[in-house]
Write a protein that binds this ligand. Sequence first.
Ligand code: NAP
Length: 358
Amino acid sequence: MGQQRRLRVVQWATGGVGRAAIQGVLAHPELELAGAWVHSPDKAGRDVGELAGLDPVGVTAVATLEEVLAIGADCVVYAPLVPDEAEVAALLRSGADVVTPVGWVYPDPARTGTLREACAAGGSTLHGTGIHPGGITERFPLMLSAVTGSVTHVRAEEFSDIRTYDAPDVVRHVMGFGGTVEEAESSPMAKLLGGGFKSSVRMVVAELGFRADEVRTTVENAVATAPIDSPIGRIDPGRVAGRRFRWEAVVDGEPVVTAAVNWLMGEEHLEGPDGPWGFGPEGERFEIEVSGDPAVRMTLHGLQPESVAAGLVRNPGVVSTAHHCVSAIPYVCAAEPGIRTYLDLPLIAGRAAPHLAR
Ligand SMILES: NC(=O)c1ccc[n+]([C@@H]2O[C@H](COP(=O)([O-])OP(=O)(O)OC[C@H]3O[C@@H](n4cnc5c(N)ncnc54)[C@H](OP(=O)(O)O)[C@@H]3O)[C@@H](O)[C@H]2O)c1
């Protein structure tokens, strides 16, 4: 990328992903931190470096959309608890590109008219990313599929201990832990969650050319059989403490593309419909499998922390989500205006550590 001017980046929301993204922007040779939007009023006016657990960086956090627009950023990393389309449209209309882990990995063109208009008006680009969805569910399976042929099934599956994810609002409201099984299954948030994974499945279906129209969802829940300590406090017996989702595109009744998660509050005191739940001998991991000629399989370790305590301090999956956003920024800023997915962008890569860089 040569000696070009650094791209000016604003971080939207300073939760786990946002704080890691700030660190990522500060370490990235082509990026400059230009500001941050914060949700909690007590964070407004504070130094953004301090909010991210670093030394002060001389950049002050702001609390309104208008203040963010006044910064005139090249790109906004948009990582709030839940997406607000009007907010994203306003950012795009102002000319700022938006990279986000909260949706739009492979959006339905019929539902993105407003955002596409905003991109056209601002000459800006929107890119949805993440790790799961937004990486492991579609980008990496597509990459792996290139080294095989006659593909019959693509599977991406997560096995994670959710006691290490210190984002209580996400864990309770988006992922659906801590309440009754009925509450978990009827939550409107389940749609938001499933929407992301389903669109990833559709992306793989479309690019590989499977004859599959619908994506079916199956959910199983495990309840606590004894109190379990978790980031949302104590989960009492009978309350949801484990969730397994499968989102499957089907041809002739058989799955051809599967995204699945196994989210467990540890491996003790969990009772599912099929008995006690655990991760099996391989432990926490992400698996990607492409059944074809030949069948190839990849297991990713390192995205889950060494221990629950370590994960609560800094969860590598959250950090990785942030990096996938940050790494995309130079490519997104160079892209044609519009909504751009992995199918449109060139190979996205990270950058050398500052002390090893050219
Ligand atoms: N695709 C992926 O792989 C992936 C992975 C991880 C996370 N995510 C998504 O990324 C987002 C951030 O996750 P996280 O781990 O950073 O969660 P988090 O630590 O809970 O942070 C959530 C952020 O949203 C802010 N917030 C809370 N309530 C809000 C509201 N009503 N309106 C706007 N903002 C609000 C919080 O503000 P305060 O800091 O002021 O409390 C915080 O900055 C979530 O939507 C999550 O689902 C995606």
